[in-house]
Write a protein that binds this ligand. Structure first.
Ligand SMILES: Cc1cc2nc3c(=O)[nH]c(=O)nc-3n(C[C@H](O)[C@H](O)[C@H](O)COP(=O)(O)OP(=O)(O)OC[C@H]3O[C@@H](n4cnc5c(N)ncnc54)[C@H](O)[C@@H]3O)c2cc1C
Length: 492
């Protein structure tokens, strides 16, 4: 978007009244209230691909925010919420904006509350094996600090360098070592939050409790609609003393699925398991003779005490060999290790392609059918639509199917129509085949059309909770398929 169109936006979208700016400045300091149009433009979206498509065509995905506030403490967050309630102003919690479903996109000029200044490790308790950290801490800085102390949180998303710990919890995310350590909901023990009514919630970190439904889990995955998570306590593990890689070639995807199911159902827990479909395998194995007869790539990482990790590797390999896998050179593993935290999406976007990723959860019963039906649906939408998939979060009951879809350069309107159609087909097939429409990216705005079917009466329960805590619908309104704010034009 060029300077002329920014000037155009400035005319169209209101910033805050100066009394309100002064009110917020009294809380966070004037230097931590941004109202310039360029700043507001920088905060008008997250990494939702549809948002990028709109910007490429000089349109906003939603609106500009009316301001950006950067509090430094949980007390300042509470003061912001109290002031916003008194003045009926809408707020959006903002971590690092790496979400890919539109969770931080303003719909009615909401005020962004950027939490990145709330970013300290409060306590590393090596007796209990826990770390308490403020929600705005950058993921990579957090993990590196733990590693300097000989620990890991075991949550290593591809976006670790561009996301915050609070964002992980708010989106119910998954890291690349999830097959061993679990998703973030398995790692969070406790948290503190400022609720939409200004009250402070504390869920004390303990191993387990039996006092009604889990209040903690109301906040995990709440995507900002139930308030601001300001602090979390996570499990930590000793940094593994030993790691080893394993690269395998399978004769078919079915053989790979059968082997991985048996591995995890045998209580084996490699730190990393990644199985690639033919499209994604070929990209990673070109020129490797082992893959001519057995074209499906699987990479694994084993870690922990050396004796235990070695046995785990041997037992896993024995199962995979029963499914006719062969061991290959480590090159695909090393390439993955070197690039595991990179983001490639910008290359395709800037070359005029329309790229997106969709992750769903399937059961072992339905995964083969799910894969074939979704791949065929994508190709039926456009013969040149790229469709590739891998499975890298593996559970005894099933796995996450992570798909990349990409349309070639074409007129924007047509691309947006076909892109939407791809989402509709894939998410509807997922529901028909008994899966979950989202494994770890969350729901944001873009998944609104499928949340009712996914949650059924649960969505009404969430709306009742939201209305009780936030009767004026001020805190991240319209996300997670909850009631849209008055004046929103978002179509879903
Ligand atoms: C290239 C790329 C790779 C990715 N890889 C992964 C991956 O491997 N695993 C994965 O799980 N995700 C991945 N993601 C998605 C994204 O990084 C995650 O969803 C991440 O957890 C978002 O964190 P954030 O701090 O950037 O949150 P934001 O994008 O700022 O916010 C996301 C949502 O959470 C809410 N929120 C943020 N912080 C708080 C808080 N403190 N309190 C209350 N609400 C809050 C926001 O309001 C919004 O609804 C990837 C994204 C990209 C672009």
């Amino acid at each position: 978007m060029n300077v002329t169109s920014l000037a155009h936006l400035q005319g169209e979208t209101p910033s805050l009244h100066r009394d309100v700016v002064a009110g917020f400045a009294a809380i966070v300091g004037p230097e931590n209230v941004l109202t310039g149009v360029a700043d507001r433009y920088a905060y008008c979206r997250d990494r939702l691909p549809y948002g990028l498509f709109k910007l490429r065509a000089n349109n906003l995905p939603g609106t500009l925010p009316s301001a950006i506030l950067s509090p430094a403490t949980a007390a300042e967050v509470k003061a912001i919420v109290d002031y916003a309630r008194q003045n009926k102003l809408s707020l959006i919690p903002f971590g690092a904006g790496s979400g890919v479903l539109g969770g931080t996109i303003p719909l009615v000029n909401e005020i962004m509350v950027d939490l990145k200044r709330i970013n300290r490790i409060v306590d590393l308790n090596t007796t209990d094996g826990t770390v308490t950290v403020q929600a705005g801490m950058n993921g990579m800085q957090f993990e590196q600090e733990l590693e300097r102390n000989g620990y890991t949180a075991g949550h290593l998303p591809q976006s670790i360098a561009m996301s915050t710990v609070g964002g992980w919890v708010a989106c119910r995310g998954a890291g690349q070592a999830s097959s061993r350590y679990g998703k973030i909901e398995d790692i969070v023990l406790g948290l503190k939050a400022v609720l939409p009514n200004g009250k402070l919630l504390e869920v004390r970190p303990v191993a387990r409790r039996a006092v009604g439904p889990s209040i903690k889990d109301l906040l995990v995955g709440s995507e900002g609609v139930l308030g601001f998570i300001t602090e979390v306590t996570l499990r930590v593990w000793r940094k593994p003393e030993h790691t080893s890689a394993l690269v395998l070639a399978f004769g078919s995807l079915e053989a790979g699925f059968a082997a991985l199911r048996e591995v995890v159902q045998s209580e084996l827990r490699p730190e990393v398991i990644r199985l690639y479909d033919i499209k994604e395998s070929v990209q990673r194995t070109e020129g490797m003779p082992e893959f001519v007869e057995r074209p499906i790539l699987c990479i694994m990482k084993f870690s922990g005490k050396e004796a235990l990790a070695t046995v785990e590797r041997e037992l896993t390999l024995a199962i995979c060999r029963q499914h006719d896998a062969v061991v290959c050179g480590n090159a695909p593993y090393e390439h993955w290790e070197q690039t595991r935290f990179h983001s490639y999406s910008t290359k395709w976007q800037s070359d005029g392609y329309y790229m997106d990723t969709i992750e769903v959860t399937g059961t072992w019963t339905h995964l083969p059918q799910m894969y074939e039906a979704m791949r065929d649906a994508a190709h039926a939408i456009h013969p040149d639509m790229h469709f590739g998939a891998h499975w890298s979060h593996i559970y005894p009951e099933g796995a996450c199917q992570y798909m990349t879809v990409r349309l070639p350069p074409m007129p924007e309107d047509e691309a947006i129509r076909l892109h939407q159609l791809a989402w509709e087909k894939i998410e509807n097939l997922c529901l028909e085949l008994g899966g979950s429409v989202a494994h770890h990216h969350g729901a944001g705005l873009f998944r609104n059309p499928w949340i009712r079917k996914e949650l059924n009466e649960g969505l009404n329960m969430l709306q009742i909770l939201k209305d009780g805590l936030d009767p004026d619908n001020l805190i991240n309104p319209g996300k997670l398929a909850l009631r849209q704010p008055a004046g929103s034009n978002w179509q879903s």
